[in-house]
Structures are given as C-alpha cells and as structure tokens.
Design a protein around this ligand. Structure first.
Ligand code: UDX
Ligand code: ADP
Length: 449
C-alpha cells in the first residue's frame, strides 16, 4: 500500500488531480510541489484566489488542505518522503532547436527526472501524468538509472490525464476510463497494481485499463487528436453552410443523432484553444514525420490548419464589416479558451485580438475570470505593444458595452448568453450561443448571398 505520494507541478493538471486523490484517499499523504514559489503561496492562501479556477475545486481544497494535502516548494524533501511521484509539469511546444514549433519540449520533465535521481534515497515509482510523446518513459528511466543511486529501483508508469478544464473535478470523479501503462516485468506490474489500488478508492475496476507504456502515451495524443478533429470537421462545414444557406447547428444536431457518431464535440466555434489540442497534434505530426509517415502527418496537420483558418475567417468578417461601417472599435467578450476556466492558453481570442489590432481596430476586452495581467501577458507574447491606446481591458460587461456597440462573443460564458441584449448591438457570435435573430453574424448560420 502506498502511504505517501507527491506530485511535481501544481498547475491545471496536478492541482485538481491531487486534490481529488487526497479527498478520496484519506489514508494517503499528498504533497503537491512546484518550483514557482508564488504559485505555492497562492495554493496555501485565500481559497478565493487559488492559482487554478475550477468549479468545485476550492471546496475540496478547503476540506483536505493541511490534513492530507500539502503544498510546498521543498521538492527534494517531498521526493524523499514519497513512495510514488507524479510528474505533472507542462510540456509546451519546442521554441528552439530540432522540432521547433512541432515537437513537445521535454525540458521540464527531464529536469524533474534529474531532480528525482539526485534526491531519491529509496525506491520510487514515477508516474508520468504530463502529456508526453511516445517513448518518453524510456528517457526518464535512462536518467534515473544513469544519474540515480545504483542501489535503488525506479519504475516508470504512464497514467495520462483526460480531464478537461472547467469540468476537471467532475471528470476526475467520474472518469470514462483511467489508463495505466507499465512494463510487463514483475516489478512493472506491481507498480501498476499499486496505482490501481489508489484509483479503486473511487473508480470501478472495469474502467481502469492496463496497457503497455507506449500504448498509454500514444492513447493520450490520439484521444486529443480525434476530439480536435471532430471540431475541425464541423468548423470546416460551417464555412460551407455560410455559402449554401444550411445551418451548422441543424447539421451538427442531425449528424450527432447518429449513435455511431454521437453528439459531443460537434459544436462549431471560433476555433478550439487550450494547452493540449494544438500542441498534442503538432507533436503527433512530428512523430509521424520522424517515422517517415508523411501522409499521416499531413492528415493530422490539416486539423490544426482548419483551426487557424476558422479563427482567421472570423477576424476577416469583423474587419470587413468595421471597414464598411467606418466604425473602428469592438468589444471582445471572453478571453479564456472556453467557459468556466481562468486558463487562456492558445485561446482563439488571442489570435483574433492580434488580427484586429493589426487591422487598426481598437479593442475592448472583458472576461469574467481571466486576470488583466494574464491578458496583457498573452498579448505581449505575440509582440503586441500592450501600452497602446488601442487596447482596453475592463472589469464588467456593462462597462465594456458602454465603449462600443459592435461586439464579438469569443467565449461561451453563461453571463454573455443570459444577458438581456438590446437590438442596438451588432453582434458577431463566435460560439453560437445567441439566437440567430440577435446576431449580425454567427458561425455557419449567416448565409452570404
Ligand atoms: C482537452 C481534452 O478534452 C481532455 O480530455 C484532455 O485531457 C486535455 O485537452 P481541454 O483543452 O481542457 O481538454 O478542453 P476541451 O473541453 O476539450 O475544449 C478544447 C477546446 O475546444 C475549447 O476551446 C472549446 O471551446 C473547443 N470546443 C470544444 C469546440 O469548439 N467545440 C466543441 O464541440 C467542443
Ligand atoms: P498543466 O496544464 O500541464 O498542468 P501548468 O502550466 O498549469 O500545466 O502547470 C505546470 C506546473 O509545473 C507549473 O506550475 C510549473 O511551475 C511547474 N513546473 C514546471 N517545471 C517544473 C520543475 N522542474 N519543478 C517543479 N515544478 C515545475
């Protein structure tokens, strides 16, 4: 039985996952560590200002914090105390070197492996939670064996996270499946069994799948690629709807009622965002190219290309209309990549804001959860001059709407859906949350005649 676990990386994956493990397994001591001291202080601070916003998360943290869930930046101590160590650090797309712009950057995972090797004084089971390219476990094992104490045993298992932001807690409570990939050796099987025991506290055993390590790693990339492919498929058809007069909501509904297809992930939108989809698909593309599978690489790459096309199509509609009307400002509603999260990584809003700014348009941004700092940081990463008078970030919907009567809905927050819209607003609905009569333009529902 495992009694002490730690998780390196207290972000959107590590935070909710460890909170749920601590809640469901009161006999296990859980330490969540991060090398970002401010983040750890925030996890230990005001429950209304935790670094990750997820419905239901603060209630769990309130219940288990300082009982069997601890937040710390003493990573070495946490490693030494734990029999099982989860790695949940970020794996962004590489910026420099071989595979730049495509492959996943493993530097954070590698630095965790090095730190475990350096600090461990007893045998450890290392669990890969971060989404990783196939065969990363091999690299992690190599580091542990080469750099760690030769008398110690290290087992590496893969246990990818399938939670979606905004619904992380309910996804963790009721996972469709838990995937655990391990070695076929006796000790590999034992490590998998120990992790299965943890999950069995709240997940029924028939939903816990055991696979080999590589299947587990690839299943994560494949799941995200297939989900994103559904969105790009429906988004590509939204453009055809606008040419023909078909309505994408009706098409999506009709298609999704076929049991073999199903209704989920067929909502046409301004484009998918989030930290996973683009990165994981590009990673898959890179892997396919590496193995000489160029046709396969092109197939998956097109999912990302359609997503870029969809964002660009939306910006162009706005620019064209503003140019025609002589108006040059617009309110952008929503900065997060979807509702119910404060995460804006890869949000369609970022690209659309940049395209509008490049066209000389003034933008007023409002999001109920994403901080002003984060918005400015996202824009400066795209080399936008954030001091420009063309950008305003405001703190309420009513204040935003005082500044322009042209509006683009970029995130499907309930606040925007429930607002009593008057008909003096010209609305570009990038999420199809308003009725057609309320919109000037909406995705796949506005017939271009
Ligand atoms: C995704 C996967 O769902 C999750 O299993 C994995 O672990 C991590 O990546 P996440 O990125 O948090 O989760 O959110 P998700 O709900 O998948 O949405 C991703 C993007 O697609 C969002 O921008 C969302 O608005 C968009 N989307 C989703 C659509 O445009 N249409 C849809 O029908 C569904
Ligand atoms: P994800 O969505 O994958 O959870 P986040 O960026 O939200 O990504 O969280 C990853 C966390 O991992 C960040 O808080 C970051 O500070 C932390 N991290 C990255 N590298 C290390 C490391 N070597 N040691 C400890 N923490 C790390």
């Amino acid at each position: 039985m495992i009694k002490n676990i730690c998780c390196i990386g207290a972000g959107h994956v590590g935070g909710p996952t460890m909170a749920v493990i601590a809640e469901k397994c009161p006999d296990i001591n859980v330490i969540l560590v991060d090398n970002n001291k401010d983040k750890i202080d925030a996890w230990n601070g005001d429950l209304n200002n935790l670094p990750v916003y997820e419905p239901g998360l603060k209630e769990i943290v309130k219940k288990v914090r300082d009982k069997n869930l601890f937040f710390s930046y003493d990573i070495d101590n946490a490693i030494q105390k734990s029999e099982m160590i989860f790695i949940a650090v970020n794996t962004p797309t590489k910026i420099n070197g071989e595979g730049a712009g495509m492959a996943a950057d493993l530097k954070y995972v590698i630095s965790c492996a090095k730190q475990i090797a350096k600090s461990a004084k007893s045998d450890k089971i290392v669990v890969e939670k971060s989404t990783l390219p196939v065969r990363t476990a091999e690299k992690v094992k190599e580091i542990l064996i080469n750099e760690g104490n030769k008398n110690l045993k290290f087992e590496i298992i893969s246990n990818p996270e399938f939670l979606a932001e905004g619904t992380a807690i309910s996804d963790l409570y009721k996972s469709d499946r838990v995937l655990i990939g391990g070695d076929n050796s006796k000790s590999g099987k034992k490590a998998v069994d120990l992790l299965v025991e943890i999950y069995k506290n709240w997940i029924s055993e028939d939903k816990i799948l055991r696979t080999n390590v590589w299947s587990s790693e690839l299943s994560k990339l494949a799941s995200n690629a297939m989900l994103a492919q559904r969105i790009s498929s429906i988004n590509s058809l939204s453009a055809l709807c606008e040419k023909t007069g078909a309505n994408i909501v009706e098409v999506s509904n009709a298609v999704g009622l076929d049991k073999r297809i199903g209704p989920e992930f067929l909502k046409s939108s301004v484009g998918f965002g989030g930290s996973c989809f683009k990165k994981d698909i590009l990673n898959l593309v890179y892997l396919c190219k590496h193995y000489g599978l160029n046709e396969v690489a092109d197939y998956w790459h097109s999912v990302v290309k359609i997503n870029e096309y969809q964002k660009n199509r939306f910006s162009k509609k706005i620019i064209k209309e503003l140019n025609n009307s002589g108006n040059n400002s617009i309110v952008l509603l929503g900065w997060s990549f979807k509702k119910d999260t404060n995460d804006s990584r890869e949000s369609a809003s970022i690209d659309i804001a940049c395209e509008l700014l490049n066209a000389g348009i003034h933008i007023i941004i409002y999001d109920p959860m994403v901080s002003d700092d984060r918005i400015f940081q996202d824009l400066s990463m795209k080399k936008v001059n954030v001091k420009s008078k063309k950008i305003k970030v405001v703190n309420s919907l009513t204040n935003a709407l005082k500044l322009s009567n042209t509006v683009a809905i970029l995130t499907e927050w309930d606040e925007f859906k429930d607002y009593k819209w008057e008909n003096n607003f010209k609305i570009f609905d990038g999420r199809n949350i308003l009725s057609l009569t309320q919109c000037y333009y909406s995705i796949g529902r506005s017939y271009e005649n």
